[in-house]
Ligand binder design. Structure first.
Ligand code: FES
Ligand SMILES: [Fe+2]
Length: 370
């Protein structure tokens, strides 16, 4: 039984969605819970960073802040991608910024310690006569890196394997829907600073219950009946079918409309009638704010159909609608006038209800318990 200890004003969080009360408000406001999530969730899960197409050549690099940690990924001389903390092992200065192309070396801008693309410390100025100074003791600190359908993930837990996070099964569902995903590239990137706890944003993505009400245009795009799903411990893939006559995308009816969730913070969306994949990474930014990073992927060389339509539907319409919803919910969670509700979930675990929301919360409770 999960969540016996999770008790709020109305009742207990239970592992049966039909019986359970929702997570109490403190899960969305408490700095202690936020800190615990950083260590028990974000520092030991596979976290999306980018795509292999971001690093096409030997020496290509990118830097990111992932779950509060500065990281860099570089394509090394042996053509392998490697991830490291973006921190110099001399006194801790940041090594690289942004994205770009290196000429075979990573040189720290502070005192010019110099690292190879494989992370080895190659030289450190004026250290030749220092006793017991061994360059081999100061390589860059590596981070686990995995690829799934061309998407790059890091994990700060050195013992993690891709199978732990269902990455292999997740990859299978992506390739099943977009076989050429590893040849895609991000054509648009967006960042949204959201005044809501990261879980409020994921919660909203995890249920289709709100769509007919809050997304009047989007709701005309899919059939309310049918669909299929594949659910693993760490991911869910939900396929609906398009209705005919959604003018902007020229839907004929029956095309797949697919959404994915990958624990803990990745939401993906493929709209019918278009080859794009929208990838959303939702990162905590303190207990009461989050950063949503969105990449819109498209075939790399093709002037792909509907790219601009997808971009504007996402960035100017339904994502704006969702941001207004989640910021409103955060205000409610902060209020003395609310603590817990109930899940509207069906035993069939349909995407059109809040079954996925309850599953996400169950994972949160389990992760915080370890
Ligand atoms: S901190 Fe990098 S060389 Fe000194
Ligand atoms: Fe929504």
């Amino acid at each position: 039984m999960v969540g016996d200890f999770v008790i709020g004003e109305k009742g207990t969080f239970s592992d049966c969605a039909q019986e359970s009360f929702t997570l109490p408000s403190r899960y969305y406001t408490d700095p202690g819970i936020h800190d615990q999530e950083m260590s028990t969730i974000f520092q030991c899960s596979w976290l999306y960073v980018g795509h292999v197409s971001d690093l096409p050549d030997v020496g290509s690099y990118l830097t990111e802040e992932v779950a509060g940690q500065p990281i860099l990924i570089v394509r090394s001389q042996d053509n392998l991608l490697r991830a490291f903390f973006n921190v110099c092992q001399h006194r801790g200065h940041t090594l690289l910024s942004g994205r770009g192309q290196l000429k075979g070396r990573i040189v720290c801008p502070y005192h010019a310690w110099c690292y190879g693309l494989d992370g080895a410390l190659l030289s450190a100025r004026m250290t030749r006569d220092i006793p017991n100074f061994d360059l081999a003791e100061f390589p860059l600190k590596p981070i686990q890196l995995a690829t799934a359908a061309g998407l790059l993930f890091v994990n700060f837990d050195p013992t993690a394997s891709p199978a732990d996070g269902d990455l292999l099964d997740f990859e299978e569902t992506i390739i099943g829907h977009i076989p050429e995903m590893s040849e895609y590239a991000a054509k648009h990137r967006f960042d949204f600073d959201i005044a809501a706890n990261w879980k409020v944003v994921v919660d909203n993505f995890s249920e289709g219950y709100h769509i007919p009400i809050a997304h009047p245009t989007l709701s005309t795009l899919y059939n309310e009946e049918g669909g299929s799903s594949r659910i693993g411990k760490y991911f869910g893939c939900y396929q609906k079918t398009a209705r005919a006559g959604f003018e902007k995308l020229g839907t004929k009816g029956g095309e797949p409309y697919v959404t994915w969730f990958l624990w803990p913070n990745l939401c993906l969306l493929s709209l019918p009638g278009s080859p794009q994949l929208i990838v959303l990474r939702i990162s905590p930014n303190g207990p009461r704010r989050s950063l949503e990073h969105a990449d819109i992927y498209s075939p790399i060389d093709v002037d792909s159909p509907n790219l601009e339509v997808i971009k504007s539907l996402f960035a100017e319409m339904f994502n704006q609608e969702d941001i207004a919803l989640v910021e409103s919910v955060q205000r409610g969670l902060e209020s003395l006038g609310y603590d817990q509700g109930r899940y509207v979930a069906d035993p069939a675990e349909s995407w059109f209800t809040e079954s996925g929301l309850h599953r996400f919360h169950k994972q949160i409770v389990e992760a915080l318990d370890c």
